[in-house]
Ligand binder design. Sequence first.
Ligand SMILES: N[C@@H](CCC(=O)N[C@@H](CS)C(=O)NCC(=O)O)C(=O)O
Length: 119
Amino acid sequence: MKVIRKLLGAIILFLDKVFTPSSINRSTEEQEVVDNATKNLKLYQFKSCPFCVKVRRQIKRLNLNIEIVEVKPGTSSETDLINLGGKRKVPCLRITKENSDKWLYESNDIIKYLEKEYF
Ligand SMILES: N[C@@H](CCC(=O)N[C@@H](CS)C(=O)NCC(=O)O)C(=O)O
């Protein structure tokens, strides 16, 4: 089972690389504004999780610079996700606003949020 999951993960990453989506273009000034706004975002993920790949592809399309946090067992990334976010599930977008965090789960909801804010 673990081997199959690893193999599927490798295939997903390969296809993602081959069929990388193109990014929208912004003027330098517009991109600066967007980059400034996305400093408050972090995407908690597993690299080869298909739902995370889907979100990362949308991030690429929207030309967003969002910090990616790989969730590794036994690290603060995992404990933060569980204790602050509420569950060990990825993808999860951590949105920091005025010193408080919102933890947005569900790939479709994350994509909708990013499109609403940055498209
Ligand atoms: N419906 C969710 C599915 C997310 C999901 O199933 N993520 C898996 C990884 S692919 C997960 O976090 N599983 C919990 C775990 O592995 O501990 C979405 O679209 O984001």
